[in-house]
Design a protein around this ligand. Structure first.
Ligand code: FES
Length: 277
């Protein structure tokens, strides 16, 4: 079996228990309805309406895209940019905000599906911000090629050296090389699931899009890999050869939502508040 075509065994249930938790699912309050951006009346800090850059939802029941994580490269390793690490970034009223590529970027982008309860999503929480290899923990789906990497190691540019040719038998070769990772998760009880790809298409888009130029580097684009429908961790990029429109896109195996990582759009949604500290 070509394991890159099929999700590796998933520990999603453990992730749901660890991050989403009963309180967070309760705050959704709409299990089975497909709604995820409903307002919440739970108390907390740093929630409310936010406009985020997301990889576009193109099919299926999800009602918006998944939030992009701006990427930089430091000493050859991939790093997600936290708002306070951006020049001029600040924390005000419980929200970390910065202007990047002409866009207001904040930690509110990630406050949905229970992620808002993760301790490392608080604006001033300490984290090294490197994208680290995730070989299947907390529900992430891995790719065959990354089994040679050590779990928890920093993902590096060199790991993606063959990105212009890479293929896994699904969709078109050379469109981009993906990896499952986690972010801001060192010494945390649970992981923030991330998917990253390196693609010539992203390099091309960065040539004439201010936001893409600022939020990607060397063709790398990343997003919080948490489906906005009912909070599954999607199997990811080039993981379904059979579902229409999924072969060269990001696929959520739970209810067949599809996302296009090469179409980044702005989307307004209601971020859930974080618990009071
Ligand atoms: S499509 Fe339902 S959780 Fe992803």
């Amino acid at each position: 079996m070509d394991e890159d075509k099929y999700p590796a065994p998933s520990s999603r249930r453990r992730f749901v228990k660890g991050i989403v938790g009963s309180a967070a699912m309760g705050s959704l309050g709409v299990a089975g309805s497909g709604l995820t951006t409903v307002p919440t009346n739970r108390s907390g800090v740093g929630g409310g309406s936010v406009k985020a850059k997301v990889i576009k939802n193109t099919d299926g029941p999800a009602n918006r895209g998944m939030s992009q994580i701006p990427i930089t490269v430091e000493d050859g390793a991939l790093k997600g940019l936290w708002p306070t690490a951006v020049d001029g970034g600040e924390v005000e009223d419980g929200v970390a905000t910065a202007t990047l590529g002409g866009v207001e970027y904040s930690n509110k982008w990630f406050q949905y599906c229970g992620i808002q309860t993760h301790p490392k999503i608080a604006p001033e929480s300490e984290a090294d911000n490197f994208l680290r290899v995730d070989n299947g923990s907390d529900g992430s789906i891995t790719y065959d090629w990354q089994s040679e990497l050590e779990a928890g190691a920093k993902l590096t540019v060199d790991d993606f050296a063959d990105y212009e040719e890479w293929g896994n038998g699904v969709g078109d070769d050379g469109l981009g090389k993906p990896a499952a990772a986690n972010w801001r998760s060192v010494e945390a009880d649970s992981s923030l699931p991330v998917q990253v790809i390196r693609s010539p298409e992203i390099e091309r888009l960065a040539e004439d899009d201010e936001w893409i130029a600022a939020s990607t580097e060397k063709g790398f684009i990343a997003w919080l890999n948490k489906c906005t429908h009912l909070c599954c961790v999607p199997s990811g990029f080039k993981q379904s050869a059979t579902v229409d429109g999924a072969a060269n896109a990001v696929y959520c195996q739970c209810h067949q939502s599809i996302y296009d990582p090469f179409d980044v759009v702005s989307k307004v949604f209601t971020a859930f508040p974080r618990p009071e500290e």
